[in-house]
Design a protein around this ligand. Structure first.
Ligand SMILES: [Zn+2]
Length: 345
């Protein structure tokens, strides 16, 4: 019995996988974008299943308040501010040293996403904001790559496999991103670790299923199904979606997020220890609601024109048109992170 047959014998015994499926998993090349609570769990699940090659992409480092949910990381990673992609690669390599891991520390943008997805078979969404999800959707539809969307806030989440040309895409589901500050984020609404584990495992399962079913070329196209979970109340629903013929992305093949027309731009204000964040024209922020949402998390000053929020050594000033200044950093990646964390995207 080979190493692989021995290690994966119970998975091979599961008929829908079998020896052929296990070989497909070993040959599969997967990209995980975002290695927070969802992405780190997805990556661990897929490496344990025997996925052969994995690109691990994240812009962030491990922080103490990640540890209740991000089970792949340790206190040591948080104390040493290890980047998530390098820390994930180290832990995953200890689980299975035969996996080819490609850790990349990067902020995924319209300028680098094509390169980041080069050579992969399927993409897993471990992100926590809409802007990157629309960018992944644009890129995957343009490149003909399947991707697995997942999202969670509190204990409520959703997951869906998107196969360009076969299923509805993310913009069929949600044609426009919710306005910033309306959807809530894990920082303002909170998030529950075990609930994240369910969504991430569901995403990993959808990816495994897509990989092993490729061996059967006659396999029917899977229907467009969005699974919606209210895990606190034990409620799981399947929603059948229809591919929208006039969808701007998969129908009309317009890719504004990939073309950079719909992205958040950041500009370092030299000598001011500040970064300006510009959002797409037409964005409106309800300042009173934003102030109310931020108040439990730091010091908030509200005027008719802006909300100023101070927390953790940085100050975020947000205007009604969505534009913002982040004081306390000259790092554009950090500024984008602060904006997306507290205002949304
Ligand atoms: Zn679509």
């Amino acid at each position: 019995m080979t190493y692989s047959q021995d290690r994966f014998r119970r998975q091979i015994a599961f008929k829908p996988v079998g020896e052929d499926g296990q070989r497909m998993l070993s040959d599969a090349r997967v990209a995980v974008i975002g290695l927070g609570a969802l992405g780190s769990t997805i990556a661990e699940r897929l490496v344990r299943c025997g996925v052969g090659t994995m690109r691990l992409i994240d812009r962030d480092w491990v922080e103490l308040d990640n540890l209740p949910r991000q089970a792949l990381y340790t206190l040591h990673d948080a104390e040493y501010h290890s980047t998530k992609s390098m820390a994930a690669a180290a832990h995953l390599s200890a689980i299975d040293p035969t996996t080819h891991l490609d850790p990349i520390v990067a902020d995924v943008t319209h300028t680098n996403i094509r390169q980041l997805l080069e050579g992969v078979d399927i993409v897993l969404d471990g992100t926590d904001n809409f802007e990157v999800r629309y960018l992944i959707n644009d890129a995957c539809v343009a490149l003909g790559l399947p991707w697995v969307h997942g999202g969670i806030v509190g204990a409520a989440g959703q997951a869906m496999l998107i196969e360009p040309e076969h299923t509805a895409c993310f913009r069929c589901l949600l044609p426009e991103a919710p306005a910033p500050n309306t959807a809530g984020s894990c920082d303002t609404v909170g998030v529950l670790g075990p609930a994240v584990g369910v969504i991430a495992s569901w995403q990993a399962l959808l990816a495994v299923q897509w990989i092993v079913e490729r061996k059967d070329s006659d396999a029917p196209c899977r229907p467009s199904v969005l699974s919606v979970f209210d895990l606190w109340h034990g409620d799981v629903r399947k929603i059948q979606l229809k591919k929208v013929p006039d969808c701007p992305c998969c129908g009309r093949k317009e890719f504004p997020f990939l073309d950079g027309h719909h992205s958040t731009d950041v500009q370092v204000m030299c000598g001011k220890n500040a970064v300006q964040v510009q959002v797409p024209i037409g964005t409106r922020i309800h300042l009173a609601e934003l102030a109310q949402r931020l108040r439990p998390h730091g010091e908030v000053v509200e005027t008719p024109f802006l909300v100023r929020f101070s927390q953790g050594g940085s100050t975020l000033s947000v205007f009604a048109d969505g534009r913002a200044m982040v004081h306390g950093t000259e790092d554009p990646v950090q500024a984008r992170k602060i904006y997306q964390r507290w205002v949304g995207s």
